[in-house]
Design a protein around this ligand. Structure first.
Ligand SMILES: [Zn+2]
Ligand SMILES: [Zn+2]
Length: 252
């Protein structure tokens, strides 16, 4: 399984893009940075977008991906998410006010957009990848996704204020290679983290180990606190842990 980090920031600033991961070139998990990080020919391969939730830092590039591809595409883009997330997109984004309703707009070949609700615990397959959604703890309904290609699997936890909900998912998964987990705020701002459904470095440290073998990949640091959060994480010297950066690539 090939994983590209398009964006791993819990916000947006110069050189740091909001959350988006690309798996095997064709499936994006979250859409914060698809069009900002990929050239047109690579955007044309992204036929599937799996969303943890509809907060803007996870969907910011979605309207542009759909619009960029619309005139030339020969098959629809499919977007997957919880019913709440899909409803949020229909009501708040593709509503013919903020952006056209691409689910009914047709180009010469086809409809451009398919919205597909998925349920927690019911696996679905995209291009040979088996996805299973798990609810996370966040102020809005948010899914983490276990992605398994038959040989290895990774868990992208989405936004979560609970390390326990992550540990529950990954327990006992033998072929798990990586867990992508957030650390949004510095530990001194733990109250804010709890109130907003996010984690801090100390919460991650106190929850270790998440899994006996899987690498911990840390994401979603708030941009104005980047150096403080990274400094904390490095100070803890957490084993088998890496702080993500936009543009990184992995093979699992
Ligand atoms: Zn977020
Ligand atoms: Zn969020």
């Amino acid at each position: 399984m090939r994983l590209q980090i398009l964006g791993c920031c819990g916000g947006s600033t110069l050189g740091k893009h909001p959350t988006s991961f690309l798996v095997n070139d064709t499936v994006a998990v979250d859409a914060g940075a698809i069009t900002a990080m990929l050239p047109p020919h690579a955007q044309e391969k992204v036929d599937h977008v799996v969303l943890s939730h509809a907060h803007l830092d996870h969907v910011a590039n979605l309207p542009f991906l759909v619009d960029n591809r619309f005139a030339r595409q020969t098959k629809p883009i499919t977007i997957y998410g919880s019913k709440v997330t899909i409803d949020d997109l229909s009501d708040g984004m593709f509503n013919n006010r903020v952006w056209p309703d691409f689910t009914v707009l047709k180009n010469k070949k086809s409809i451009s957009l398919t919205l597909r609700p998925v349920k927690a615990g019911e696996p679905f397959t995209i291009d040979g990848l088996r996805f299973t959604a798990y609810p996370m703890e966040h102020p809005v309904a948010c899914f983490g996704f276990l992605i398994d290609d038959g040989t290895s699997s990774i868990f992208i936890a989405g936004d979560t204020g609970s390390t326990e909900s992550v540990k529950k998912v990954v327990a006992g998964i033998d072929n798990l290679r990586a867990i992508i987990v957030e650390a949004s705020w510095p530990s001194r701002m733990g109250d804010l983290a709890v109130a907003t459904g996010h984690l801090t470095p100390r919460m991650i440290r106190d929850a270790l180990p998440f899994h006996p073998e899987a690498k911990l990949l840390v994401t979603h640091v708030k941009p104005f606190f980047f150096h403080e959060v990274v400094g904390e994480l490095m100070g803890f010297a957490l084993p088998n842990t890496l702080i993500l950066d936009d543009g990184m690539e992995f093979d699992f």
